[in-house]
Structure formats: C-alpha cells, structure tokens
Design a protein. Structure first.
Length: 185
C-alpha cells in the first residue's frame, strides 16, 4: 500500500508542476521517477513516453498508466493516473471559477506569458535529455533529422511520421541482425 501511495504522490507532483501539456512533463517525470525514486531507467521512460504519444488520449495520462502498471500492475496504473490528473482537475476547477474576473489584468497576462516561456524551456530540456539516450548512432540522427524536417516543412500527419520512423527502426534492426548473423557464420 505504501508503494501505491508513493506512486500517487510522485505523479501528483508531476501533475502539479506540469504546465504546457505532456511534453513539458518529461523533465519533471525524469527527475521524479528516475532521479529521486530510481524506479525506472531513462530508456524505460522514453519507451513509455513514445508509446503514450502514439495512443489516443492525453500523453501524461497514458505515460502515467504505463509507468504505474510497470511498477505495481493495475493498482499502480490507477494510482499514477489519479495522481497525475487530480492536481489539474483541482487547479482547472479553481481557475474556471475565477478566470473571467482576472483575465483582463495585465499582471495575469504577464504571468501567463512567463509560464509559456518556461514551458518552452522545459520542452527544450526534455528534447536534449531524450537526444542523449535515444539517438545512439548515425542512423538515429538520420531518422531524427528526416522526421524533424518533414514535420516542420510538410503537412504530413504526425502519425504517419511516427509510423515511418517506427518502420525505419524495425528495418534497421532487422538489417543489423542479419549482418550480425552473417558475421557469425
């Protein structure tokens, strides 16, 4: 039971301090789950995060469900999802009750601008951390640069880009295994 409570509290912390959506949660998630708790490794987080992006729904909720399940099965998933969503529910409920009264104030507009800037910095940090553990060779760099260019300069749907990168990764792995198998003969 203590572990479920720890999962809930850890994901409540992630949910409380994640401004800007699922991408902004990654650095906080890494610090909490990898650094502070040492529950998983960086590659595990990246794998769960990548799969969570491919599924319908909120990235933070999907990621929490995967990690919670890995740690303690279905009860872990429930604790993690409840933890990551509860702070947002409470914050949004309070803000919705008062936002119209304060939105016109310049200080509120500046605060929201500051939050947006911080979110950009958190996303940049997450990209750097992901780069260090996900891009392992020249082929990975080629996939990254190709998908980045296509995402920026074309209207190709992100699901198609993810599927293409997945296919390229599977093909590269199969080719590498075939070469290794040929070298053993």
């Amino acid at each position: 039971m203590k572990m479920l409570w720890d999962i809930f509290l850890s994901f409540a912390k992630v949910g409380t301090f994640t401004f800007g959506g699922g991408y902004a949660m990654l650095p906080i998630l890494q610090k909490e789950v990898i650094g502070r708790r040492a529950w998983l490794g960086n590659e595990d987080i990246i794998d769960y995060y990548a799969v969570a992006q491919c599924l319908p729904g909120v990235i933070a909720v999907n990621t929490a469900a995967f990690i919670g399940h890995k740690l303690r099965g279905k009860p872990g998933s429930i604790a993690a999802v409840f933890g990551v969503t509860l702070p947002s529910f409470v914050i949004i409920t309070v803000i919705a009750a008062f936002i119209q009264n304060f939105l016109e104030y310049e200080i509120v507009q500046r605060a929201l601008f500051g939050i947006n800037v911080i979110v950009c910095a958190l996303i940049a940090q997450a990209v750097i951390n992901l780069w260090k553990s996900a891009i392992k060779n020249m082929f990975g760099i080629a996939i990254y640069l190709t998908v980045l260019a296509l995402a920026i300069f074309t209207n190709i749907h992100i699901v198609a880009l993810i599927a293409a990168a997945l296919g390229a990764g599977i093909a590269a792995d199969a080719l590498q295994r075939r070469r290794a198998k040929g070298a053993d003969k």
